[in-house]
Write a protein that binds this ligand. Structure first.
Ligand SMILES: Nc1ncnc2c1ncn2[C@@H]1O[C@H](COP(=O)(O)OP(=O)(O)OP(=O)(O)O)[C@@H](O)[C@H]1O
Ligand SMILES: [Mg+2]
Length: 401
C-alpha cells in the first residue's frame, strides 16, 4: 500500500513491517461542505426518495412486496462480490423445490443474506440502534456454516484488499490492526447512534458505509455486511415506511467507480466525491424503485380482478406475493389448510392464468407467479447487461492478468 495521509486517516508502519491504515473518527475535520453540485445531488436524492415514499403509500399492501425487494438487494449485493445467482434460483430454493438440483452453490449464500437482512429489519423494529452486536449477529447469519470466514465475530487477525495471493506488503489496502479496528468501530457506532450534528441523514449514511469498508472488521463478508449496513441505516432514518430502496444495483453497475471513490476517500480525503456519487445512486435507485412499484400496483389490481368472482382461495394471493414460487406443501404449511385444498387452489389459480406449473411433472408440482416475478425482474434489464459486462470484464482480466 502506498503511504496515505488525509482527513480519513493515515498509514503507519506496523511492527510486522508493512503499512496499515489508521482511520480518523467520523465526522471528518473540517466538516464536509457540499458544493453547488453536491446540493443539487442532495436535493434530487431527497426529492426522488419522497416520490418513492408517496408511491409506496398508494400501494394497498406494500408490506407484501418488501420481501421481494430484500431478495433483490441480496442478489445484487452478492453479485458485487461475484456471488452470482438468479431470482428464480433463490425462490426455488426457498420453496424447497430443488429444480436446479443444487447446482449453484451461490444460492445458499444469497438465501443466508436474505435471512440476515430480514433479521436486521426485525431488530430495527425493536430498537433503532445499529451497533457492533447487531452487525456481528447479522454476520453470523450471513456466513452461517462457513467457518473459515469466522461467522459472528470480528476478524482475529489482520486482513487486506489486494490481488489473490498477495501479501500484506503488496496489498492495495491494509485496514487497521485488530486493536485499532475495535476502537474505530466504537467511534463509528458513536457517530451513527449518538453524535449530534446537523449533518443530513443521507450524507451520514454515505460516510458510515465508507468508514465501515475502511475498517473492514470481518474476515469475510465486509462488502455484503457494509451494504446491509446502508440498507439498515436508511430504514433507521425513517425516510421510507417500507424498505423499498436499495442501492446495490447502482453500485454493481458502477463497481469500478465505487471502489475508486472509496480509495480516494482514504488517500485524499475526497469525501465530497464519494458523497455525491452515493447521492446520485440514491436518486437513480429511488426512481427505479418507484417505476417498479408503479408496475406492481397495476399488476395487483389486474390480479385482484381475476379472482373477484371466486368463492374460495382468496388467501392464496397474498401468499403468492411473498412466495411467488411455491408448491402445494408450501401452501398447506403457510395457510394451514389441507393438502387437497392447497392443490385445488393452485389448480384454480393456474386456470385463471395467475400461476404456471414449471416442473412439467405429475407429482411434486411447483407453481410460478410469472407476471409478478417478471415485473420485478424486468427492472433488472440493466442488471443483466451488467452481468454480461462483468463476465466480459472478468474474461478480459483473466486473459490479461
Ligand atoms: N480495491 C478496492 N478499493 C476500494 N474498496 C474496495 C476495493 N476492493 C474492495 N473494496 C470494498 O470492500 C468490499 C469487499 O471487500 P473484500 O474484497 O475484502 O470482500 P469480503 O470481505 O470478502 O466481502 P464479501 O465476502 O462480501 O465479498 C467491496 O464491496 C468494497 O466496498
Ligand atoms: Mg468474500
Amino acid at each position: 500500500m502506498i503511504p496515505m495521509q488525509s482527513t480519513a486517516g493515515k498509514t503507519r508502519q506496523v511492527p510486522e513491517g508493512y503499512l496499515a491504515f489508521f482511520p480518523s473518527p467520523l465526522p471528518p475535520h473540517p466538516e464536509i461542505a457540499l458544493d453547488e453540485e453536491g446540493i443539487l445531488a442532495l436535493t434530487n436524492a431527497e426529492f426522488h426518495l419522497g416520490k418513492l415514499a408517496q408511491m409506496a403509500k398508494s400501494i394497498p399492501n406494500p408490506d407484501l412486496f418488501a420481501g421481494m425487494y430484500v431478495r433483490r438487494e441480496a442478489i445484487l449485493s452478492s453479485e458485487i462480490e461475484n456471488i452470482l445467482c438468479t431470482l428464480d434460483e433463490v425462490l426455488e430454493y426457498e420453496a424447497e423445490a430443488d429444480i436446479n438440483h443444487g447446482q449453484n452453490k451461490s444460492v445458499e449464500k444469497v438465501v443466508k443474506y436474505v435471512r440476515a437482512f430480514n433479521a436486521g429489519l426485525e431488530r430495527l423494529g425493536q430498537t433503532s440502534r445499529i451497533d457492533s452486536t447487531l452487525l456481528k449477529d447479522l454476520h453470523g447469519i450471513l456466513l452461517q456454516g462457513e467457518d473459515e470466514g469466522n461467522p459472528g465475530i470480528f476478524r482475529p487477525k489482520q486482513n487486506w484488499i489486494g490481488r489473490v495471493g498477495s501479501s500484506a506488503a503488496e496489498a492495495d489496502f491494509v485496514p487497521p490492526p485488530e486493536q485499532e479496528m475495535v476502537q474505530a468501530l466504537g467511534n463509528l457506532e458513536y457517530f451513527i447512534n449518538e453524535h449530534q450534528s446537523p449533518m443530513v441523514p443521507l450524507v451520514r449514511c454515505a460516510l458510515a458505509h465508507a468508514q465501515f469498508e475502511t475498517i473492514h472488521p470481518f474476515t469475510d463478508g465486509n462488502g455484503r455486511i457494509g451494504r446491509l449496513f446502508i440498507a439498515l441505516l436508511l430504514c433507521q432514518m425513517k425516510k421510507l415506511e417500507q424498505p423499498l430502496l436499495y442501492i446495490s444495483l447502482y453500485l454493481l453497475q458502477n463497481r469500478r467507480e465505487y471502489y475508486d471513490r472509496l480509495t480516494e476517500v482514504r488517500a485524499k480525503g475526497d469525501w465530497l466525491g464519494w458523497v455525491k456519487f452515493f447521492l446520485l445512486g440514491i436518486e437513480l435507485t429511488a426512481k427505479e424503485a418507484t417505476a417498479v412499484s408503479e408496475r406492481l400496483v397495476v399488476l395487483q389490481s389486474g390480479t385482484n380482478k381475476l379472482i373477484e368472482g371466486q368463492r374460495s382461495g382468496h388467501e392464496l394471493l397474498p401468499l403468492l406475493y411473498e412466495y411467488p414460487i411455491i408448491d402445494a406443501r408450501g401452501v398447506k404449511r403457510h395457510l394451514d389448510v389441507t393438502l387437497d385444498t392447497a392443490i385445488a387452489w393452485l389448480q384454480k389459480f393456474e386456470e385463471l392464468g395467475i400461476v404456471r406449473e414449471i416442473t412439467g411433472q405429475k407429482r411434486g408440482r411447483v407453481y410460478r407467479f410469472d407476471r409478478y416475478i417478471d415485473t420485478l425482474d424486468d427492472g433488472w434489464s440493466a442488471r443483466k447487461a451488467a452481468i454480461e459486462r462483468n463476465r466480459k470484464g472478468t474474461a478480459a482480466e483473466a486473459a490479461n492478468p
